[in-house]
Design a protein around this ligand. Structure first.
Ligand code: NI
Length: 187
């Protein structure tokens, strides 16, 4: 089932999400719904707060047959904790399904070490680099209540403020289902 994606401005996107236990109700359905929602919106990652659940869960699919190492990269991250970040800062043009049509160059370190459980509650501690690290860092940030727009300079944020406000009001065209925080309040 496709779920509505929470839009920029909703307080849930600013909240630090909580760990879940293995008896979390209907977890496998939620994970399946998150993948369906993400694919429908042409995304490569989706975090639970973006579908209205303030829990430490995100899904990623950056499978790319042309890219060595990423031929099959579809993963579920539960109760993830970043253990460290390393390497060199690099720019990548990031977008977010909660912030449609806004893309900005964001600097992050290129290596991330992360502890997490998969959908079968198997525990991992792994190191990722490059695109995989980038998508993990972005989705992980959602579970920490952070958005890529938080990393922009004050000037850059001021420049896109009216676009962000329009997203919060629902005054945008988007081809997937969203939940807009200010839309109901203003009318
Ligand atoms: Ni995002």
């Amino acid at each position: 089932m496709k779920l509505p994606i929470v839009a920029y401005g909703d307080p849930i996107l600013k909240k630090k999400a909580v760990d879940i236990s293995s008896d979390y109700p209907d977890l496998s359905n939620l994970i399946a719904d998150m993948f369906e929602t993400m694919y429908n919106a042409n995304g490569v990652g989706l975090a639970a707060p973006q579908v209205g659940r303030s829990i430490r869960l995100f899904v990623i699919d950056i499978s790319d047959k042309e890219e060595p190492g990423l031929e099959s990269f579809k993963k579920v991250f539960i109760n993830a904790q970043v253990l460290g970040e390393d390497g060199t800062l690099w720019d990548f043009n990031e977008g977010c399904l909660s912030i449609p049509d806004v893309r900005e160059d964001i600097k992050r370190l290129d290596t991330v070490r992360i502890s997490y459980y998969d959908e079968n509650w198997k525990h991992y501690e792994e190191t990722y680099t490059g695109i995989a690290a980038r998508v993990i860092q972005h989705e992980y940030d959602h579970t920490e209540g952070k958005l890529f727009t938080d990393k922009l300079s004050p000037l850059r944020r001021a420049m896109i403020k009216s676009r962000l406000d329009a997203i919060s009001r629902g005054a945008i065209k988007v081809n997937y289902k969203m939940k807009f925080p200010a839309a109901s309040r203003k009318r």
